[in-house]
Design a protein around this ligand. Structure first.
Ligand SMILES: *[C@@H]1O[C@H](CO)[C@@H](O)[C@H](O)[C@H]1NC(C)=O
Ligand SMILES: *[C@@H]1O[C@H](CO)[C@@H](O)[C@H](O)[C@H]1NC(C)=O
Ligand SMILES: *[C@@H]1O[C@H](CO)[C@@H](O)[C@H](O)[C@H]1NC(C)=O
Ligand SMILES: *[C@@H]1O[C@H](CO)[C@@H](O)[C@H](O)[C@H]1NC(C)=O
Ligand SMILES: *[C@@H]1O[C@H](CO)[C@@H](O)[C@H](O)[C@H]1NC(C)=O
Ligand SMILES: *[C@@H]1O[C@H](CO)[C@@H](O)[C@H](O)[C@H]1NC(C)=O
Length: 362
């Protein structure tokens, strides 16, 4: 961790629960909240509405980064169009001489200035949490009007605020929760809304009697677990250890080592690695296999209908689909993104530094 415990101790955070939501908590010092998550189909984000300072903004949830940044009035008027903007509350404190620059895997960068302000998500409220107000955003974020920023749910050791990195929103509220966990039950298009729950595990949301837990390696700031093997359809089954696999709500596909990718597409006759598409495509009308992943004693099966990411157009008279599984190339780690999260119930347990998995009840 870059920020020491003395920094944490200096940050006063308090959670306030609305009196009306009595069933939201069992003990006045221990809180929980269930947040509805909306899938924005065209853009493939999962957004939650958050009250930040005096504004309500939709932020996309990202367990693969640790910055909470927002569109703000510090952007140029052209960049603000179509977005809700962060307005500091009268209690906000601007951290003079602080700034941030966060870079995402696709090569984009967001930078700006830093406030401490109140943030409310569901019935959870942090009174003095870090809010990173963007002053410079790439055009790709400007045109995505379905989100007004990102809620980073990774570990604070990769927060990009300088000179002193700040704890994440979750880190600033976790000690007030019944248990220091958040969970996801993300849904595909056309299904009812998914959920992001804080402080409790909802046994109605998974099928097994018990969840399977696997250790998390947080040294890179990610919810990184180990993969022990994989099965493609009913044919190819291999023991294969992958040390660093990030479970990431901010990535729309699965990014895995070449061996798994090649074993998977070897079972789809029309599949080809198409350089102009930057990855594997295949005929949309072809039957494609399931992909199962062995994680400790647990097997997560991603059904075939989640293995086609999107139609990408016609080639030689066939409608082509871009695969949900692609090579991680030189990323340096693997990623289990939306296809995994849309079929699994996932417990992100910061207390136990572990991840709990079960098959989602849809
Ligand atoms: C909020 O946090 C900042 C440092 O991050 C601190 O200087 C300030 O005193 C805190 N404000 C309150 C009201 O606790
Ligand atoms: C947030 O997104 C939802 C779903 O797209 C939308 O209904 C809602 O109006 C948005 N809220 C704001 C504050 O823009
Ligand atoms: C951001 O802050 C760091 C240290 O706090 C400083 O060295 C750097 O010049 C600042 N960057 C900008 C763009 O202001
Ligand atoms: C689930 O956990 C309980 C309590 O730890 C244990 O008694 C039970 O055998 C477990 N069930 C299964 C199917 O593993
Ligand atoms: C955690 O990950 C880091 C960096 O990827 C690696 O160096 C370290 O050995 C890992 N720790 C464990 C216990 O696997
Ligand atoms: C995928 O898995 C499901 C359940 O495990 C099974 O019913 C289905 O037949 C499998 N589909 C294929 C194409 O293997």
């Amino acid at each position: 961790m870059i920020w020491g415990s003395h920094v944490q101790a200096a940050l006063y955070t308090c959670i306030v629960i609305a009196l009306a939501s009595a069933e939201e908590h069992t003990n006045k010092h221990k809180h929980r909240s269930s947040i509805e998550v909306t899938l924005v189909p065209d853009d493939e984000f999962f957004v939650v509405p958050m009250q930040i300072g005096d504004s309500t903004l939709n932020l996309s949830i990202d367990t693969g980064s640790s910055d909470l940044w927002t569109f703000s009035s510090r952007l140029s008027p052209a960049e603000q169009i179509g977005h809700n903007l962060y307005k500091p509350s009268r209690h906000a404190q601007h951290l003079d001489h602080y700034n941030f620059t966060t870079s995402y895997a696709e090569g984009t960068t967001v930078s700006g200035t830093v406030y401490k302000d109140k943030i409310k998500l569901g019935s959870l409220e942090a009174l003095n949490s870090s809010v990173q107000a963007a002053e410079d955003v790439p055009i790709s974020f400007v045109t995505q009007t379905s989100r007004d920023g990102i809620l980073g749910l990774g570990f604070g050791n990769i927060n990009t605020v300088r000179p002193i990195p700040q704890p994440t929103f979750f880190e600033s509220i976790k000690d007030e929760l019944e248990t220091p966990v958040f969970t996801t039950a993300l849904r595909r298009e056309g299904e009812r809304a998914g959920s992001l729950d804080f402080g409790f595990i909802d046994h109605r949301k998974y099928k097994e009697d018990n969840l399977s837990y696997t250790p998390v390696n947080q040294s890179d700031g990610l919810w990184a677990i180990r993969l022990d093997g994989y099965t493609v359809g009913d044919l190819t089954s291999k023991q294969f250890r992958v040390e660093t696999v990030a479970v990431d709500t901010g990535t729309s596909i699965l990014m895995l080592p070449n061996q798994i990718v090649h074993d998977y597409y070897a079972q789809i006759p029309s599949a080809m690695n198409e350089p102009s598409m930057n990855g594997f495509i295949f005929d949309c009308d072809e039957d494609i296999p399931n992909l199962s992943m062995k994680i400790g004693d647990y097997t997560a099966t991603i059904p075939s209908d989640l293995m086609a990411y999107a139609k990408v157009g016609q080639l030689h008279g066939e409608t082509k689909c871009f695969g949900s599984l692609q090579s991680q190339k030189d990323l340096g780690f693997s990623v289990l993104g939306h296809p995994f999260l849309k079929c699994q119930y996932v417990v992100f347990d910061m207390g136990g530094m572990r991840l709990g998995l079960g098959k989602q009840v849809v």
